[in-house]
Design a binder for this molecule. Sequence first.
Ligand SMILES: *Cc1c(COP(=O)(O)O)cnc(C)c1O
Length: 403
Amino acid sequence: MTDQWDAGRLDSDLEGVGFDTLAVRAGQHRTPEAEHSEALFLTSSYVFRTAADAAGRFAGQTPGNVYSRYTNPTVRAFETRLAAMEGAEQAVATSTGMSALLAVVMSLCSAGDHVLVSQSVFGSTISLFEKYFKRFGLQVDYVPLADLAGWKGGLKANTKLLIVESPSNPLAELVDIRALADIAHEGGAMLVVDNCFSTPALQQPLKLGADIVFHSATKFIDGQGRCMGGAVAGRAEQMNEVVGFLRTAGPTLSPFNAWVFTKGLETLKLRMRAHCESAQALAEWLEHQDGVQKVHYAGLPSHPQHELAKRQMSGFGAVVSFEVEGGQEGAWRFIDATRVISITTNLGDSKTTIAHPATTSHGRLTPQEREAAGIRDSLIRVAVGLEDVADLQADLARGLAAL
Ligand SMILES: *Cc1c(COP(=O)(O)O)cnc(C)c1O
């Protein structure tokens, strides 16, 4: 069925164009209807011209769509555009960010294989390994994100994947992706990066040597909190395995959501730039406020990995975390005093959100595990949206006044 990927080829007119042009144009093919916006093919199946055409398509001998669990033109447009933006040979869309990771591990690992996972990854990522993959004989060890010696020392002969998020949530720690890719390759393993927080607009891990990138498109790629979805991007060799799993198991993306994400990619860089500018301004302001003990943001010169962030990212992201006086009580008072910002753990939205990690996203950890992960009771996480930064600052000032 590899010829069905042809529908996901980049138009030859777009070879060599810039990132912004790809974000707006890649994946759209001119049709006889000459629609200007991307068409939405809201269909589960396709009509064959003849019985022989059906046989040819099923056998993979004639190009064309068969069934939307396999391919859909709208989904393909999203995949083609995202692949172009990540600098990937191919991308495939998934129903959520979690099913993107599920597809990577199910298609590339077998019972008895070993994976190394960063200690600082999305909570459901840890649960997926601990509760499910281990039951099927996968060996899993965890490594502190920035500890290159730890990654190297953790490799075994059967290590297949190294899995990281950089920058991490909520403390904005980084790992040197290029150095970690070298370590993975020396050990015969592949580096997988969850690029949800940065998006290809700020960081392109494949160009730094990573083998596979995956996304929760639910966050910044949508950018307005409407749809769930995800994607995996990488080289054809691995992507064929991932695609095979998705087509068989079925957590593929709905055409409607793909259409929303395709339009989201068009404005992604502009939105990310605005998110980053406001986050930078608020982080700098917070650092000088009484009542704030520490600010975690890679765009601050005080961040221990600021130089690395400048090297491997073109912007420092939307997420700013900070510790306030008064422990959990202070943090809760701060959060409850805000009037504009939404109290929710979601992020990657035009609306700014505020959350208390210790009692929400990281609430299932023991106090010792939270301490080890640096998630203090006084920590607040803000995912900066697109409102006027002066209004956001005024809202955070309400929080400070309530401490
Ligand atoms: C939200 C998120 C996920 C999971 O994505 P879903 O679309 O909710 O399944 C994975 N990784 C990171 C970093 C996330 O923020």
